[in-house]
Ligand binder design. Structure first.
Ligand code: AMP
Ligand code: GLY
Length: 425
């Protein structure tokens, strides 16, 4: 098979690594990819939003499967365009990717189908949102830009003043662009967060091993929300009891709801859950693998990933047994100091060879590129995802942190408490 992966982050590197393990994969391309992906795939200089070029390239190379990793092209309808051109693609169509593309849509869906989530109101008018905050709100309260905002469009406001500033940022100053044309105001929930990624074939859902992300930039969950600073899998807090509840009230009901709405979902649904004192509730849906969740979950997948993707596309997931290694993985993100706000890039990365030939260590590239002289340099806020597997979470964490010392670049920044929650389990 000839496979094209669309995207350029650590998630796409993890997907490419899984695809490369498949005996069915003869050739892997990635658009646009990065310096790490280039070691296992041929990177082509086509942006993830250049739909015409992606379709033309897929035809020219007779690509058998296009895997769309990122949210923007999914929400923008890349899968629809590929299918219209007769090219097989993995990922939801536009009318299903809206599950991630519009938080107002997803909240309304959950309300309509009784899927547990935080109480909320949607607003498309800043004055009405301000009025609501002044008269009805209880604090803390959560403001969410409706559209895609790189995981950063969520503001937790402790008091009215912060909330009014938040409305200004999202709806008036348009800090997150058109994502802020609408806004969700929702109840603040407390509890532990768990990420559950799942494969969906339009009819049924099969979950992958759970994970826990660390979204804030600084140790102790301080600082701004980021795309994710590291994570671990499985989550010891995702117990049998939690799983039973989620299977019954959240996972399959979501897939059924999308089907009932005439928006059958095929691809990956990422359930962002909060284990509240009143039971698990949905924080958010994503229509794709998480990043860095993919970096701890995919190295533990025992199936041939291409078989699983085929089953999702063909609607035969019921015939497939999804299997994971009985081990654990921890990923620590090495970022550029200053992420997610302002940071310098272009610094050479040293020590990458240390990962060569080691099966239980992975150095997933998130923001890297080759400079003019062919050196691998930093090229983003999140630079590398250092993942290690181990017999259990403690061993995996120890190994992942050891491996963070193998590589170096100017500006290197990481959290030192990824997986600290393991000690409380
Ligand atoms: P989201 O992108 O919706 O997952 O939000 C990003 C992060 O904000 C989540 O991972 C939570 O840590 C936090 N968050 C979002 N919604 C809520 C909520 N209703 N209550 C408490 N925290 C929230
Ligand atoms: N790590 C969270 C996300 O991919 O949205």
């Amino acid at each position: 098979m000839k496979v094209l992966i669309v995207g350029s982050g650590g998630r796409e590197h993890a997907i490419a690594t899984s695809v490369a393990k498949s005996p069915r994969a003869d050739k892997i391309y990635c658009a646009p990819g990065n310096a790490g992906i280039a070691q296992i795939a041929e990177c082509v200089p086509i942006g993830a939003m250049e739909f015409d070029k992606i379709v033309a390239f897929s035809k020219e190379k007779a690509i058998d499967l296009v895997i769309v990793g990122m949210d923007d092209p999914l929400v923008g309808g890349l899968v629809d365009e590929l299918e219209a051109a007769g090219i097989r693609a993995f990922g939801p169509k536009k009318n299903a990717a809206i599950l991630e593309g519009s938080k107002a849509f997803s909240k309304d869906l959950m309300k309509k189908y009784n899927i547990p989530t935080a109480a909320y109101e949607n607003f498309d008018d800043a004055d009405k949102a301000i009025e609501y905050l002044k008269t009805k709100a209880e604090f803390p309260i959560v403001l969410k830009a409706d559209g895609l905002a790189l995981g950063k469009g969520v503001l937790i406001c402790q008091n009215l003043e912060e909330a009014l500033d938040g409305v200004k940022e999202i709806m008036q100053d348009k800090k997150f662009g058109t994502a802020g044309n609408r806004m969700v105001i929702e109840e603040f929930m407390t509890g532990r967060e768990v990420s559950v990624l799942s494969f969906v074939d339009g009819n049924i859902v099969k979950i992958m091993s759970s994970a826990q992300d660390h979204k804030r930039a600084k140790d102790g969950d301080q600082g701004l929300n980021t795309g994710g600073m590291g994570n671990f899998s499985p989550s010891p807090f995702y117990t049998k009891e939690v799983d039973d509840f989620c299977q019954k009230h959240i996972f399959q009901p979501t897939v059924d709801a999308m089907k009932a709405e005439g928006r059958p979902f095929k691809g990956v649904i990422f359930f962002g859950l909060m284990l509240t004192p009143k039971g698990p509730k949905v924080l958010e849906y994503n229509a794709r693998f998480g990043d860095p969740e993919a970096q701890v979950v995919l190295p533990r997948l025992k199936n041939d990933i291409l078989d699983v993707m085929d089953a999702c596309i063909d609607g035969t997931l019921d015939k497939l047994e999804l299997r994971f290694e009985d081990n654990a993985a921890v990923c620590v993100v090495l970022a550029s100091d200053g992420y997610p706000v302002k940071y310098e890039k272009g610094f050479p990365i040293k020590g990458l060879d240390a990962f060569d030939g080691k099966d239980d260590y992975f150095c997933f590239h998130a923001g890297t590129k080759f400079d003019e002289s062919g050196r691998i340099v930093t090229n983003g806020g999140r630079v590398l995802g250092i993942t290690a597997t181990g017999r259990d979470l403690k061993e995996a964490r120890k190994k992942a942190y050891e491996a963070t010392e193998w590589v170096d670049f100017e500006n290197k920044y990481m959290r030192h408490d990824i997986g600290k929650a393991i000690d409380e389990a």
